[in-house]
Ligand binder design. Structure first.
Ligand code: ASP
Length: 268
């Protein structure tokens, strides 16, 4: 892989190979401790982030590399009107990887077209979030031992949720998904769900919906259904559910670290 811009760039074999690498990294971290020695990654974030930014940061440090962190683009030359292309060319002169989060769909693609170094799309507006999809797929695979024949119920702001776009697209494009249906009320779909994937309302993109996982919903879930959420969460996922063994969203974060380490080792 040269860049990771869309989940559409990834074939099922490549996903399995990334999962294998991430397993090896998890079980034998010392083997990977210095493979990025002397290399630099820049985290270029035009939108807020906690998990994506810090897990890429941690991933690069654990592989022996270094990180330039740019969160507050208003303190960079972006505030002087510098365009994305010039920013990418500049950062590519100083670093070996660029992890880019931007407000606008398509920005990661534009960046990859000019960049001399691998660009990783860490979320482009309401577009995609491919590395989140990869860690979501690892979470599902580790818990279900398959990606096929599963009923996944996505709940939330589907139109604007880029994590759902990437995960849904991967499943659909690779025949792991046979059909999508949309419902206004989740209740009827929960009893035979294998995965309940909750997401928040994307208020920053103008959404005003409101919904919440209630005790009545949880009572309907089977014992084998896992509950995921890319985080941050708001009111849709109450904290009282955190101690339930089906809650996998904290574990999901850890999958992100190993998967992002695997992604970095696979880009050239
Ligand atoms: N952290 C995820 C994202 O950046 C999910 C979210 O913000 O709702 O897309």
């Amino acid at each position: 892989m040269r860049h990771l811009i869309s989940i559409k760039d990834l074939l099922p074999d490549e996903l399995m190979s990334l999962i294998d690498i991430s397993d090896d990294i998890e079980t034998k971290p010392q083997k990977y401790r210095s493979i990025m020695g002397g290399k630099v990654l820049t985290n270029l974030f035009y939108e807020p982030s906690t998990r994506t930014s810090s897990s890429f940061h941690s991933a690069m440090l654990r592989l022996g590399g270094s990180v330039i962190q740019i969160n507050e683009v208003q303190y960079s030359s972006v505030s002087k009107g510098e365009n994305l292309q010039d920013t990418i060319l500049t950062i590519g002169s100083y670093s070996d990887f660029i992890v880019l989060r931007s407000q606008y769909e398509g920005d990661a693609k534009i960046a990859s077209e000019v960049s001399q170094v691998p660009v990783i799309n860490a979320g482009d507006g309401a577009g995609e979030h491919p590395t989140q999809a990869l860690l979501d797929l690892r979470t599902i695979y580790k818990n279900k031992e398959t990606l096929e024949g599963l009923k996944i119920v996505f709940v939330g702001d589907i139109a604007n949720g880029r994590t759902v776009h990437s995960l849904g697209t991967y499943l659909e494009n690779n025949n792991q998904c046979h059909y999508f249906e949309t419902y206004e009320d989740m209740t009827a779909e929960l009893s035979d769900a294998d995965v309940l994937y909750m997401t928040r309302v994307q208020t920053e993109r103008g959404s005003t919906e409101s919904y919440e996982l209630t005790r009545d919903h949880v009572d309907v879930l089977s014992d084998k259904c896992i509950v995921m959420h890319p985080f941050p969460r708001n009111d849709e996922l109450p904290r009282w559910f955190d101690s339930d063994p089906r809650a996998k969203y904290i574990e999901q974060m850890k999958h992100g670290l190993f998967m992002r380490m695997a992604i970095l080792t696979s880009l050239d």
